[in-house]
Design a protein around this ligand. Sequence first.
Ligand code: GRF
Length: 231
Amino acid sequence: MDRGHDRGDTVSFRIAVLASGRGSNFLALHAAASAGRLPVELVGVFSDKASAPVLGHAGERGIAARSLSPRDFPNRLAFDLALLDAVATVQPDLIVCAGYMRILDGDALAPWIGRMINIHPSLLPKHRGLHTHRKALEAGDHEHGASVHMVTAELDGGPVIAQAVVPVLPDDDEATLAQRVLSREHPLLIASVAAIARGEVAWQDGRLCHAGKPLATPLRLGSDDRLQVAA
Ligand code: GRF
């Protein structure tokens, strides 16, 4: 993976965000970067929805924000190629899908494999796709959580970098469980992006690696918001 853009006196690790909705994960990344807790530069936010609140959040913070409408393109491949062309103009080192609700065409994303991650609200491989909190409740799971994974052509199926685990409590409903997971998604995404920006997690020869070795088991977010090697 490219370890950042050298622009003369400083090296920055450039992050583009793909998002379709409210943008709390984007805001968490932005707050951490602004506070010096995350060594990255947010260089653009891109959406498939012109009305997505995340675009306003980005604009208010002086970050380039752009939406493209799938309706303006003949098919998924054409839209995804145009979207990723737009993303490429900001020269990201990493694309972070944070609530991006469209499936990406495999051919369009192929050049970005190893440079694109997604945050998904379940302990993958459990509960891919939508309505993950409902699925966890229906399955009677005692634990639930979130995963950050490399994006591949398989929906929610790329190698998992790190996970945050929360308990499922007896009186949980979808809303309470979603809120508990979301509160851990933010530190999970920040820690995962930081690990990539620092080169601790990398895509090497088509494999996800941590500290230079293939990562067999996802890292786990500790109560101190740091990633730990799973026991
Ligand atoms: C998060 O739960 C994320 O895991 C999922 O979509 C949601 C996006 O939330 N992929 P936000 O837009 O970042 O607030």
